[in-house]
Design a protein. Structure first.
Length: 261
């Protein structure tokens, strides 16, 4: 209850702060929408030259892209730790965090929260409904519940991977370019993994499993029975990677000796 209370207090203060600068909020939403539109246009351009991509139709890939946007939006809202190394390690702000009687990672998540990123989930849902209507997909009573489970699983995969990347800073506090590189790699999860070679498919499934953010859970709603097992693994992979990231974080904090050392 204490952690839940802290979450709502931070959220309340954040909303008050953001609404003081409504123009900035609108510009940020518009820029995110423009970025998502560019990615969608890229898919349309590709299918302007072919009707199928390794067995996948245009609308199926658009549906996968729409699904990918939802857990990605949840991740961006609650796991905005891309500058952890520079802000908390190099500049020493982690010293301040560690003096408080609350888990350090939870504090950083609350400090870096960006709730406006959740608007990207609305775009993702709109894209899914558009592609789903063109594909004639049926909606069953259990689909909304599975959708929420898959989205949470995908967001935990995303969060777990990036927390692990952030943990490298505990052992090597020099500025690193791994975060931007990993963001670029994450975009591979927007597309069916069987369009890549076997090595990339293995990496995206078991090493840095961004495929569980987009294509595998989306394949369930597209009726791809050959990938049903992977779809069901989505929440499991998410929980496993997130727990591993927390364990690694806790070990990293023990190694941290302060900015002055």
């Amino acid at each position: 209850m204490f952690y839940l209370s802290m979450f709502f207090q931070y959220t309340s203060q954040y909303i008050k702060t953001r609404f003081q600068y409504r123009a900035d909020l609108f510009v940020e939403f518009f820029s995110d929408l423009l970025s998502q539109a560019i990615n969608l246009v890229f898919i349309l351009v590709v299918f302007g030259h072919t009707s199928l991509l390794n067995g996948w139709s245009r609308d199926e890939i658009i549906f996968i892209y729409g699904f990918f946007l939802v857990p990605s939006a949840v991740f961006s809202a609650f796991f905005n730790i891309w500058d952890f190394n520079e802000r908390y390690i190099v500049k020493g702000e982690l010293d301040r965090i560690l003096t408080r009687p609350i888990h350090s990672l939870f504090q950083i998540i609350l400090e870096r929260i960006e709730l406006e990123s959740l608007l990207g989930a609305i775009t993702g849902l709109a894209v899914m409904f558009y592609a789903g209507s063109r594909l004639g997909l049926e909606v069953h009573w259990y689909d909304p519940f599975l959708f929420v489970i898959f989205v949470i699983g995908g967001a935990l995969v995303y969060g777990g991977i990036f927390i692990m990347i952030a943990c490298i800073s505990f052992w090597a506090d020099a500025r690193t370019s791994l975060m931007p590189m990993m963001y670029n790699i994450s975009s591979y999860g927007r597309y069916p993994v069987n369009i890549y070679n076997k090595l990339i498919r293995f990496v995206l499934t078991w090493i840095i499993p961004f495929a569980f953010v987009g294509v595998y859970p989306a394949a369930f709603f597209l009726g791809k029975k050959e990938w049903l097992w992977y779809s069901c693994l989505t929440p499991v992979i998410g929980v496993v990677f997130f727990i591993l990231s927390i364990l690694l974080w806790n070990q990293g904090v023990k190694k941290y000796r302060g900015a002055g050392n």
